[in-house]
Ligand binder design. Structure first.
Ligand SMILES: [Zn+2]
Ligand SMILES: [Zn+2]
Length: 921
């Protein structure tokens, strides 16, 4: 037997036993499926503290639910494709695959060492052809369903990484700006699609623009559904839902046709049609078709367009053109500007400028001396900040012809009836650009044929595997000449393969489904040729019935940086798959938890900041216990050595206590001479038993709420109580051993190695990881009130001894109130505001019989009736305090009596429910 608990000496053994017993394998035929998932790691080389925190949360929850009787799926895999592997391979003169595989081996060992229990039979690796063939299969399904587009697009280009970047991979510094209430969609500079400016998220190089033919998933087809569905995601943090709303950026409004002499109508989008009478100019995006025409004959326009191309800091600059537009409502001729703040591809690329009622337009008007025309005024007749500032609130229309006097909302409806206006909705969300010009990703399964165009690779020819890696400055697939040359699947003629690979976010958009059927395979070409009719689902990346049974994922845990990409893509994929009849569910995740950040010296731990602590530096299990005990999962916390050693000490305390218990048992057996234990129960044993029940109730509740830090707090208190109990008097075997068993079980989800060791020392059967979750033996629904009663009574005794300066009390009398006071208390508690409480109480004969005392108490209750706390009944209060008497005896070294108040008792007058009278002598 170890004298001290040493995780390093036992971890390999328990890993071996867990694996041998297959304890983490998911049952095929679940009764009560619970899917617990942590965002799978990117294979970057080793685990960092953020991973540990993420996976400690899922592991604790998975273990808790498994012990509670659920069939739990808790899988792990590897997000293995991506540019960093190419960079790492380049630096180390190896290839991305070898480097990635070595990372995976190291990280798998790291995870095992931490004691995380995964069903490794379901491990998936996205760079395996068996995995990415399904990316390709899904791409062709999406293609057939019209969810794929191939378009020339101006894209963000990082000259250093030589790749296209998605919007969100461009750091503009304004990405966090949220939409303004009065704003039009075009105002969101962070919405820019291929809007130059900003730097590459990976390398920090200035991003430029290029035009390339690119592959897209048309996620915008689902914009409305993705937006509306957020309302029902009650299990998601509000912050993530808000981020997705902003990212989708749905804006309802109108398009208004402004006639431009000689050029026809130009459509402008607005959310404030009620201000249309106040439009004093029209602004066009530099990329607007009309601007290209203008630039050919107007040097000022041409110069302006050139000067703002590729910049993000054009601010509110603009250039006046020689055109005028007609406001269709007023007939007024207004000047036309070209201005970079209007984005080409958001809304219509044109906006009406209403300086009196819009912040930005107000600023533009000030620069260009454009008139302010107020057309909305406050309904209550109060003043506006005009002309010093715009008035941007809704109000009542004025100077708006036949619409005068209408409220803004009503006006927006009525103005739509005009021929020049039509209802319109715009979105910030753009289609998902999935093309990457890099090697380490899934080849897009397309063949380009001169005659047939872009032809999808047939299923039987999947996967299109990556060619051998070669170092090149550009795209290695483009350089793989032999791989590139192929036949057209349609006409058999010479053709070339698509050389773009998929954004790795495609891999992670459906991996949670693959975990459900990790071994579903495609039929080989020969099986298909043999004419066996296979059902549709034999050829799918997952079995639908299984997926429908397990989805949605019950708990998904990961970093909040994924609020808009990954977490939007999984919602899109799930819907697209449902529409392909591959799935019934339309939302993938029920409950989402974003774990907070681990800070060190006040900053986020990171290698580059030089403040990282390696997960094993202080022992793997101590570290996981510490990260769970430090804070609520969603909160940030600071890494301190002191708090880590508290976690370590707690492990040792638990171990010592159980080891001493096991030692004594061995001695009893060996020497036949017993250490003193009792087999008869005393009142303080009842206290322990009751506290065991209360601890089970409290800890279970905290596990349900993912408040592992409170679990640890409860268990530390409980361990201290067990220790105190065992030293107070020789323990009553039944109660004490149950206490140790319960402690061990409650610890098991957060300290699995330690718990197995304790379970073994306790000579219990089987493994604690597979044990049943403990249950309270008696009703503990009032556990909080009971604990509070003991706590405050102890505090009161301390106060009294302090105040009257009794250093060595001989006797402590604790007197519980007479039963009639509980009756009165309940009547007051049940009363509604405004009820005549005194009357109701005194109407009860058995209370009234106590005369003045009853009247005084009734008046007191009536005064306090709004703030009456829950109490247990008189019987229970007497029990609870009698059982707790030993705590008073132990602390104050005095004789303690706990009794019910009697009629002629001086103390009885003072005693109230939940507040016994105390006499100390
Ligand atoms: Zn870059
Ligand atoms: Zn062809």
């Amino acid at each position: 037997m170890l004298r001290r608990y040493d995780h390093a000496q036992v971890s390999e053994y328990w890993q071996h036993v867990w694996e041998r017993e297959g304890v983490y394998e998911t049952p095929d035929d679940p009764d009560d499926p619970t899917y617990v998932l942590g965002m799978f790691p990117y294979t970057s080389g080793s685990l960092h503290m953020g991973h540990i925190r993420n996976y400690a949360i899922t592991d604790a929850h998975a273990r808790y639910r498994r012990m509670a009787g659920d069939d739990v799926l808790h899988p792990m895999g590897w997000d293995a494709f991506g540019l960093p592997a190419e960079n790492a391979a380049y630096e180390r003169d190896t290839d991305p695959e070898s480097w990635t595989r070595s990372c995976i081996d190291r990280m798998r060992d790291d995870l095992a060492e931490m004691g995380f229990g995964y069903d490794w039979t379901r491990e998936i690796t996205t760079c395996d052809p068996e995995y990415y063939r399904w990316n390709q299969w899904l791409f062709t399904r999406f293609h057939d369903a019209g969810l794929v587009e191939y378009d020339a697009a101006t894209v963000n280009w990082c000259p250093d990484c030589e790749t296209v970047l998605a919007d969100a991979q461009v750091e503009t510094g304004v990405a966090a700006e949220t939409q303004r209430g009065d704003g039009e969609a075009v105002e969101h500079h962070d919405a820019a699609y291929a809007h130059a400016g900003g730097v590459c998220w990976r390398c920090g190089t200035d991003v430029t623009q290029r035009d390339l033919d690119q592959w897209f998933f048309t996620i915008t087809d689902y914009a409305d559904e993705l937006y509306d569905g957020l309302d029902d995601l009650d299990g998601w943090p509000d912050g993530v839902r808000d981020s997705q709303r902003n990212w989708i950026g749905r804006q309802e409004g109108a398009e208004v046709a402004f006639d431009i002499d000689g050029h026809g109508a130009v459509s402008a989008f607005t959310t404030r049609l009620d201000t249309v009478y106040g439009a004093t100019y029209l602004a066009l995006a530099p990329g607007h078709d009309l601007v290209a025409e203008l630039a050919e004959r107007d040097d000022a326009v041409a110069d302006y367009v050139e000067s703002v191309a590729g910049t993000d800091d054009a601010g509110l600059s603009g250039v006046e053109t020689d055109l005028t537009a007609t406001n269709p409502y007023t007939g007024a001729e207004i000047p036309v500007y070209v201005a970079a703040y209007v984005l080409d591809d958001v809304g219509t690329g044109a906006v009406m400028g209403v300086p009196a009622h819009n912040e930005r337009d107000f600023a533009v008007a000030a620069d260009h001396d454009l008139p302010l025309t107020q057309v909305v005024e406050p309904v209550d007749g109060s003043g506006t900040p005009l002309p010093d500032d715009p008035y941007t609130d809704d109000g009542m229309l004025t100077d708006s012809g036949e619409y005068d006097g209408l409220a803004s909302t009503a006006a927006r409806d009525r103005l739509l009836e005009h021929d020049a206006a039509a209802e319109a909705t715009t979105y910030r969300l753009r289609d998902w650009l999935i093309s990457r010009q890099r090697y380490w990703g899934t080849p897009i399964p397309i063949v380009h044929c001169e005659d047939c165009g872009a032809v999808p690779v047939p299923d039987e020819d999947l996967p299109v595997e990556l060619p051998e890696y070669v170092q090149t400055t550009g795209n290695p697939l483009d350089a793989a000449e032999e791989w590139k040359q192929t036949e057209c699947p349609d006409c058999g003629g010479d053709a070339t393969r698509e050389t773009d690979t998929m954004d790795t976010f495609v891999d992670s958009s459906w991996y949670f489904l693959r975990f459900l059927s990790p071994h579903s395979e495609a039929q080989s070409a020969s099986e298909q040729a043999s004419g066996e009719t296979a059902s549709h689902f034999d050829e799918a990346p997952f079995e639908q019935a299984t997926a429908d049974e397990w989805l949605p994922v019950d708990v998904y845990v990961g970093g909040e940086e994924h609020a808009v990409l990954h977490l939007l893509y999984i919602r899109f994929f799930t819907r697209a798959l449902a529409d392909l009849d591959l799935l019934d569910r339309r939302e993938p995740v029920e409950r989402l938890i974003n774990q907070g950040t681990v800070l060190h010296s006040g900053k986020k731990m990171s290698k580059s900041a030089g403040n990282a602590v390696a997960p094993h530096e202080y022992g793997a299990e101590t570290t996981r216990l510490f990260v769970l005990s430090a804070a609520h999962p969603a909160q940030d916390f600071e890494w301190t050595v002191k708090d880590v050693s508290t976690a370590y000490d707690f492990q040792q305390d638990c171990y010592e206590m159980v080891r001493d218990f096991a030692d004594q048992r061995q001695r009893r057996r060996r020497e036949q001479a017993a250490d003193p234990v009792r087999t008869e129960s005393a009142p303080h044993d009842a206290y322990l038993e009751r506290e065991i029940d209360r601890t089970i109730a409290a800890v279970t509740e905290e596990y349900d709420r993912f408040r592992f830090h409170r679990v640890v707090g409860e268990l530390q208190r409980f361990a201290r109580l067990l220790r105190r109990y065992a030293t107070y008097e020789p323990p009553y075997l039944f109660a004490y051993s149950r206490g140790l068993r319960v402690l061990t079980k409650l610890l098991a989800p957060i300290a699995p190695y330690l718990a197995e060791e304790l379970w073994h020392l306790l000579e219990e059967d089987g493994l604690v990881v597979e044990a049943d979750w403990p249950e309270a033996l008696r009703d503990v629904s009032n556990y909080r009130v009971e604990r509070q009663l003991v706590r405050t009574t102890l505090a009161d005794v301390r106060d009294i001894t302090d105040v009257v300066d009794i250093t060595d009390p001989e006797a402590i009398d604790i007197v519980v109130a007479a039963e009639w006071k509980y009756d009165a208390y309940r009547i007051a508690q049940a009363a509604d505001p405004g009820d005549a409480i005194v009357g109701a109480i005194m109407g009860e004969e058995r209370i009234q019989a106590h005369g003045d005392a009853a009247a005084d108490y009734a008046a007191d209750l009536a005064d306090r009736s709004a703030g009456l706390e829950p109490v247990v009944d008189g019987e229970r209060e007497l029990d609870v305090l009698s059982q707790a008497a030993w705590l008073f005896e132990d602390e104050f070294d005095a004789d303690v009596t706990v009794r019910r108040a009697t009629e002629d008792d001086e103390l009885a007058k003072k005693a109230k429910p939940n507040k016994p009278a105390i006499h100390i002598s």
